[in-house]
Design a binder for this molecule. Sequence first.
Ligand code: BV8
Ligand code: ZN
Length: 251
Amino acid sequence: MTARADAMEAARDCVRRARRIAVLTGAGMSAESGVPTFRDAQTGLWARFDPAQLASEEGFRADPPLVWRWYAWRREAVARAEPHAGHHALATAESGRELRFERFTLVTQNVDGLHRRAGSHDLVEIHGSIMRTICLEHCGYDQADPVQVPAGEPPRCPQCGGWLRPGVVWFGEALNPSRLAAAEAAARDCDVMLVVGTSGVVYPAAALPGIARRAGATVIVANSAASELDGEAQLLLRGPAAAVLPALLAP
Ligand code: BV8
Ligand code: ZN
């Protein structure tokens, strides 16, 4: 058997023996749904911008129409995207229709909502949702669906007149404390942490696999290439999420 097939067999065995599973996904999870990953989200007209600059309050305040257009462009890409077999495999594993776990918690860095659309329920969207619209001045305005506005100008908050912005966590912003606590609890409490499609660059999300491993969990990293989190893994599954996850989670 090849080393890759050996790793998959060992990972399948590990998952079947687990009672509590935590999953951490990143942009690579959505790549096969056609949503550009964060690093390569800079295609074409956006190539000359740094995403960490655009995805920040400073970047937004410096040029609200530019950042609003960037998010409108990404929302359109997300609206065209569909969950793939990997998203559905995770939702099925959580449902108990095939494999049975005491807990199956999915923590995602992705803001595209594809896990929710695939049917995942025990879901922690630690960086928020691109479809949510909130007030830049934190007056409490919070709209779950995207505010339809003519491209270009960000809309004004109907409550306080400040700019409206996407309901995502920007660089330099604190994560929602209860969502971060839920993610850290899932990492501390699991027997297996499955890390899928993340470069492991962004903190505090990238600290979760280390928390799981120090709490005694087996860490499985599934990625189409090397990542910063490979060193945390007892098992490495090299390949695309839409193929690896159905193979790993098939009954
Ligand atoms: C904060 C929403 C503090 C916005 C995003 C240490 C501790 C704490 C903070 C820091 C720290 N060190 C540095 C920081 C600051 C910063 C940070 O981490 N910077 C990095 C760049 C070094 N962190 C923060 O600012 C965080 N805030 O800590 O606040 C604080 C506390 C109190 C008070 C005030 C402040 C907030 C971070 C959240 C930023 N928001 N998203 C938006 O989307 O517009 S992050 C964004 O980038 C994504 O959500 C995601 O998390 C990240 C991209 O990472 P990945 O998901 O991994 O995607 P990437 O493209 O990098 O990699 C894709 C991977 O998939 C690759 O490995 C590839 O090989 C693989 N792949 C590709 N195709 C496939 C595949 N794998 C499988 N199958 C495939 N088909
Ligand atoms: Zn407001």
